[in-house]
Design a protein around this ligand. Structure first.
Ligand code: DAH
Length: 374
């Protein structure tokens, strides 16, 4: 076209060429607009037409070479096409943006009538459930909760409970000692000289309760204790105990027996059979073991009860006079009884669980079987 634009007689040709180019550009632009399906593509087209070296821009520049008498007409047409395409582009972009938005709204729509998704609600560990049950049962008998430290001293864990350092009964409690500061780093771990240990039972809390409270005392002392055990199906190095203590003026072994029978019935049913057996603990005199009729075989004898028909669920006895004295009481004036329960073992009996290690396994398949626990 350029080679012809400088000759005047070519004027009409230039004009009709320009008109044809305008028509072609217009048709092509409309076709591409209709075919483009993103606002970005339309914007590219806009640039292609109206940019500095755009097709429309260069067509408009060519108007300068059209003979002056014809220029207004063709100029008018060119302007109309320009305006038409500009507004078609703007409309198309809006249209595409609107349908994008509609699609997004449709895909993000919330069905307000849909039922909510159920939340996974946790529940108590079966041992905790049993400990709560114990607390409720004992609460009915006027007991309140008293807690002591898990990191204890040898004095409370043993001495004040009438178990001197050289007493063979210490062998009953395989103790985890806290190391003397620096001794581990030095490669020679030694027990702390201040006698700090992990409590091996909850009985030391008895002495703390006696020292803190005044009679009549009725407390239950739940919590964790620790022993240096070879772990197997019935032994863990970390487990729970619930200790009970009564100190008053006229307490007797008969009171203790009556209370323990009520606890057994509340936990295992009215028909549960119970028995007292002589036992030995340095901090009680007399000491007893308390058994219930085997829940697995009903007393016939089976592997679970070692063929005896009975299962021991706790140790108990009348508080030893020395322990009463260590707690600040005159044994001629006050007596008391104490009992120590193992909620892990009691939970195993309650649900027929064969291995104590399951309690610490953090296996949801085990734990969720007890979801009815409050
Ligand atoms: N502390 C004892 C233990 O861990 C259990 C026990 C026995 C507690 C007799 C008592 C009791 O209060 O009177 O083996």
């Amino acid at each position: 076209m350029d080679d012809r634009s400088d000759t005047k007689q070519r004027g009409p040709d230039v004009m009709s060429d320009l008109g044809a180019d305008l028509d072609a550009l217009r048709a092509d632009a409309h076709e591409r607009l209709a075919g483009s399906n993103s606002a970005g593509a339309v914007d590219d087209l806009r640039h292609e037409l109206f940019g500095r070296s755009g097709k429309m821009t260069s067509l408009l520049r060519q108007l300068a070479s059209v003979p002056a008498d014809e220029r207004p007409a063709i100029g008018q047409r060119a302007n109309d096409v320009r305006r038409e395409l500009e507004s078609a582009i703007t409309d198309r972009i809006e249209e595409l943006q609107r349908s994008d938005l509609e699609q997004r709204l449709a895909s993000e729509a919330i069905d307000m009538s849909a039922p909510g998704r159920p939340l996974a609600i946790g529940h108590l560990h079966p041992v905790q459930t049993l400990m709560r049950d114990l607390r409720e049962i004992l609460h009915a008998f006027g007991f309140e909760v008293f807690e002591g430290p898990e990191v204890e001293t040898e004095e409370y864990n043993f001495e004040l409970l009438n178990i001197p350092a050289d007493h063979p009964a210490r062998d009953l409690w395989d103790t985890l000692f806290v190391a003397e500061p620096g001794s581990v780093e030095a490669g020679e771990p030694k027990p702390a000289t201040d006698g700090t240990i992990l409590r091996t039972h909850n009985s030391p809390v008895q002495v703390r309760a006696m020292q803190a409270l005044s009679p009549p005392i009725r407390v239950l002392m739940p919590g964790r204790c620790f022993r240096y055990e070879a772990v197997d199906a019935s032994h863990a190095f970390e487990f729970f105990q619930v200790e009970g203590l009564v100190v008053d003026r006229d307490t007797s072994l008969a009171d203790l027996k009556g209370l323990l029978e009520e606890i057994a019935r509340a936990l295992y049913g009215r028909d549960v059979r119970t028995r007292f057996r002589p036992g030995y603990y340095p901090f009680t005199e007399p000491s007893v073991a308390f058994d219930i009729g085997c829940l697995v075989c009903g007393g016939e004898g089976c592997p679970a009860c070692k063929r005896s028909g009975w299962m021991t669920i706790l140790g108990a006895g009348m508080v030893h006079p020395t322990v009463l004295r260590n707690g600040g009481f005159d044994p001629d004036e006050y007596q008391g009884y104490a009992f120590g329960m193992g909620p892990d073992r009691m939970t195993m009996l309650r649900h027929g669980i064969g291995d104590i290690r399951l309690f610490f396994s953090a296996d949801a398949r085990f734990a969720t079987q007890f979801a009815e626990g409050r």
